[in-house]
Design a protein around this ligand. Sequence first.
Ligand SMILES: C[S@@+](CC[C@H](N)C(=O)[O-])C[C@H]1O[C@@H](n2cnc3c(N)ncnc32)[C@H](O)[C@@H]1O
Length: 301
Amino acid sequence: MKLVIKAINVPHPFPYQGSKRGIAKSILSYFPSDVHCLMEPFCGASAVSIAAAAYGFAEQFILNDLNKPLMDLWSEIIERPSVLCDEYEKQWIEQQPDPKTYFFKVRNEFNKTHNPYQLLYLLARIVKGSVRYSSDGQFNQSADNRRFGMKPNTMRQNIFGVSALLSKKTIISAVDFRQVVKKANKNDLIYMDPPYQGTSFTRDHRYLNGLYYEDFVDALSYMNELNLSYIISYDGITGEKAHGKLLPDSLHLKHLYIHAGRSSQATLLGNDHETIESLYLSPSLVCRLESKKPSIKQHVH
Ligand SMILES: C[S@@+](CC[C@H](N)C(=O)[O-])C[C@H]1O[C@@H](n2cnc3c(N)ncnc32)[C@H](O)[C@@H]1O
């Protein structure tokens, strides 16, 4: 059922806590060969969609995240890379005399304007790529003062790389994930990476929104009724410690584990253990994978 995929260089414009960049290739190995549209309703840094585009595993993409300024940034990355890169370079240079004060100035302004150019600068500078919001939705993460953010030339290469992969084939939205998945068809694939259970509704709001376990299970049950193909990343194990509840047997999902090395989540939890991430495949996806021979595209050894 699983494909073996060669490593190629995949661009990425900003670090993001919980990003699946490190295990995107392993997740792609559970993709069927006939995906028309890949939907990523909790996209964050969109690591899986970018990798799928780079390896040619889907024709169209839907990127969505409830975080509206983040999705405005995605529109700029994909459709207006040149202006965005110029604005990033301007901020990166302007910060040089006093990066610490400059970061706070941009953060204050961003909390008033929600400007995507400012968000890119903040994402490039924050501690461990970990976005945090106060209970009233203000971006309140601090800067990593040992680093000044990706160099403008590297940022330009990454942003133009992502834009080339996703331009003219991507729809962007900032709505609740349930509104996205209901548009799926049988040839589509939905990859879902909701907030970690440990980070939903906690005092330090890692993401703009949390998600209740029961609500997520209800949505999955509805998706099963529609015979949708989906893959979920949902918590995992670090060392001996399991994070979060498993998804229930009543959903008939195939549960797999992926070795994620020392992930950013493990680092955030303050330990050195290897992280093993849970991956669940929907019943319709399992049937689809079993009924078709694996794709023998150029990516397979
Ligand atoms: C674990 S992160 C996704 C990381 C992503 N896979 C990556 O590679 O960067 C979860 C994301 O879900 C978003 N989110 C939370 N609740 C949501 C909801 N109800 N609908 C859509 N997005 C939501 C958060 O804003 C956050 O960006």
